[in-house]
Write a protein that binds this ligand. Structure first.
Ligand SMILES: *Cc1c(COP(=O)(O)O)cnc(C)c1O
Length: 399
């Protein structure tokens, strides 16, 4: 079948909740993917940073296949031999005390919301059903009804009410705004260390440290959503390390499986997850042996293959070269590690046209909002690969 036939099948039978570029992929290896006509593309999206270890990473694939032949799912009614070791490795790597495993990122966010509410009632003494959680304007934390209840993007929330109460929105990057918003009912501040979907928005230096101090001083929990920024993407294992701070809860997902399988986790200090008792939360697939085996391998690859350091080095090179473009339509090039945004002035024709042209030149990326392009290739990318990408990006983005 040709691309056009696959596209027509998708459009005929599928709900149209996405507007993908018209490229039908059938194979991937490392930073490269191939379409059904055999055309090769560099993947500069990495499935929204779920493919940090590269497509079909052979070590993770071995772990997946090996475990799939032994045991895939027990449910948490029983224990399994992959769960404990995965917990331990995750805790040691991220300096956490407790872990709760889920599947999608949104489920990790939902889990954190439940845990901090309960913590607020049991430990902090907030009156039942009155807990408030503070979040930021232009946040992205997923697509469930509770999560879109505090989205400020009308496209995400319009038409899906009634919404879950208990959230308060403040400005991202303004620590004073957080201080002003906290009341005696506040249980948590949920924030992305860098806002990915909003267009790679990097807060001012010192922000993460300031909000850490404010949360400590006022006795509320700090939750970092590192589902996109975590696991090496920004040149550190977790983006919080850029300012040497630690959240009370850290949410990871996406690259936790290297893109093979949905695996997410809530990483916690001892106290907050400690409030959850047997029967109060769960998931049929959460913590299954297949997910754990894949997750263990995905973490090992990140560390042992030096992908975190590579993201830092290659990201810096990529960003500095992109900054040399002098197109008056470009407002800013910014990023940390291999999470890079190129923002066009809003009055320009938008970023989609560039993504279409880049696709035709053999490079896949996606606009976020209408005027920002995000470049986030797998962390296995080399300098030669980046030069290959720049040779295509620069001529296209310069006009
Ligand atoms: C992708 C993402 C999520 C949601 O993850 P899903 O697996 O799509 O549910 C949550 N937060 C951030 C920051 C994300 O980038």
């Amino acid at each position: 079948m040709k691309s056009s036939e696959y596209i027509s099948l998708e459009d005929t039978f599928g709900a149209q909740n996405y507007k993908p570029l018209d490229v039908v992929l059938e194979r991937g290896q490392g930073i490269w993917v191939w379409d059904v006509e055999g055309n090769k593309y560099m993947d500069c999206l990495s499935a929204y940073s779920a493919i940090n270890q590269g497509h079909c990473n052979p070590k993770i694939m071995d772990a997946l296949v090996g475990q799939a032949q032994k045991l895939t799912l027990t449910s948490r009614a029983f224990r399994n031999d992959q769960l404990g070791p995965f917990y331990k490795e995750l805790c040691e790597l991220t300096n956490s005390r407790k872990v709760l495993l889920m599947n999608s990122g949104a489920e990790a966010v939902e889990t954190a919301i439940k845990a901090v509410r309960k913590w607020g009632y049991m430990v902090k003494g907030v009156p039942e059903d009155r807990a408030e959680i503070i979040v930021c304007r232009n946040n992205f934390h997923g697509r469930t009804v509770t999560i879109i209840s505090f989205s400020t993007d009308p496209g995400s929330s319009t038409g899906f009410g009634p919404f879950t109460p208990g959230f308060k929105v403040i400005e991202f990057g303004d620590a004073g705004d957080l201080e002003a918003a906290i009341t005696d009912k506040t249980v948590a501040f949920l924030v992305e260390p860098i806002q990915g979907e909003a267009g790679v928005i990097i807060p001012p230096d010192g922000y993460l440290r300031d909000i850490r101090n404010i949360c400590t001083d006022t006795g509320i929990t700090l939750i970092f959503d590192e589902i996109q920024t975590g696991l090496g993407r920004t040149g550190k294992l977790l983006a919080e390390e850029h300012e040497n701070v630690e959240a009370d809860l850290t949410l990871i997902g996406k690259a936790l499986s290297g893109g093979f399988y949905p695996v997410s986790a809530v990483l916690s200090n001892a106290e907050v997850l400690g409030v959850l008792k047997p029967g109060e939360h769960g998931s049929t697939f959460g913590g299954n042996p297949l997910a754990c085996a894949v997750g263990r391998s995905a973490l090992k690859v990140l560390v042992e293959d030096g992908l975190i350091q590579n993201a830092e080095k290659m990201g810096l090179y990529f960003k500095e070269e992109l900054k040399k473009m002098n197109n008056p339509n470009i407002k800013e090039v910014r990023g940390r590690g291999l999470l890079i945004g190129v923002e066009f002035h809003p009055e320009t024709e938008g970023a989609r046209q560039y993504c279409e042209k880049l696709k035709n030149a053999g490079l896949l990326c996606k606009e976020t909002h209408h005027n920002i392009i995000r470049f986030a290739p797998p962390l296995t990318i080399t300098k030669d690969d980046i030069d290959w990408a720049l040779a295509r990006i620069i001529p296209i983005l310069s006009k």
